[in-house]
Design a protein around this ligand. Sequence first.
Ligand code: LLP
Length: 419
Amino acid sequence: MDHFQLKNGVLHAEDVPLSAIAEAVGTPVYVYSRATLVRHARVFREGLSALDQPHLAFAVKANPNLAVLSVLQKEGYGADVVSGGELTRALAAGMAPADVVFSGVGKTHAELVQGLESGIGQFNIESEEEGYELAAIARRLGKTAACALRVNPDVDARTHEKISTGKRENKFGVPLDRAGAIYAALAAEDGLDMRGVAVHIGSQLGDLEPLESAFTKLGALIAELRAAGLSVTHADLGGGLGVPYKPGEVMPSPADYGAMVARVTSGWDVRLTFEPGRVIAGNAGILLTRVIRSKRSGNGPPFVIVDAAMNDLARPAMYGAWHDIEAVAPNGNRMTSHVVGPICETGDTFAMDREIDALAAGDLAVFRTAGAYGATMASSYNSRGFVPEVLVDGDRFAVVADRIPADAIMDAERVPDWL
Ligand code: LLP
């Protein structure tokens, strides 16, 4: 359930007509609903109510906007970060360092130092090499790094290949058959407190079965580690739960997911961490756009050219992803069209041959389910600026990220005087 609904014929974010936001801020603009973020955060937590004190760490990569992080912080969420930049954001949003988990296959030396100096709760170590480097830094700084070892369980998450992370050939984690030896070696290192294991097999998962299979393998590993005399008090089950993008699409609910987790992890005797991203933020945001003009091309459907493009919302171009398109003030008519952005690539296409609300030049429209992996994946390709972000709360709204115009980006460039 989200709070982007038609009221008196106009699409609203909570109690604010999207036309008012377009008027005040211009288009394209990302719009987030606080009530939807809060609702999703609570529904996810409730789904896990059978567990003892799960630690919820929002995957900052899904939506790193400071206001969004602050909403989730107030809901008791910590953060899963994958860079020094994300760590800085999580702390700036008020998240306690102890509630931050640092994932990522390529943490740099500087990022490991930053994590240690910030006193974060857990490093998810992705290789033996990273573990030794972290141990050396921790000893030098006189600190101890709490760590989980991320394993690659070699399961097919049955999602888009570019966002599948748990197969043997993917770069993430350590192979399951070497995990015991690596865990033991790292547990012997001064400076590291090896306290658990972690797994994340992919994103936009529409099926619980691969997750169950990965968690089952993790449970067997925990038993193996304990049998070898090693201590395991924590397990991080990652994120990955899918959300519906298309009308009628059905995804496992947080309650189904929680029930599966409770069943599979019963008897593990660990504190569980979760790293949800999309399921919290995805349907809590839309990208608001205005139709520039339509053009006919041959005998096919018309091209509706909107002012948003693949640099603003990369998912359709990158993954062939579907985002629902709706008019802000639908007139009841429908049309079949191609919806495209202005960028000079054929890939800058949001929909082909799609039946949508009738749209004409000047009309406002939205791309739905753009709250996760939307603004955060933007670029300035074609010298387009960065789109602003707005947070709605009831009948009020605030710009929570300014538009960064193309000339501001150009201002950071220099032509050397020897040229
Ligand atoms: N934890 C780790 C270690 C991750 O790598 C990810 C996502 C998550 C948690 C959060 O997963 P979620 O709950 O959001 O599925 N840009 C792609 C998605 C990339 C996901 C990367 N990792 C997209 O737009 O579909």
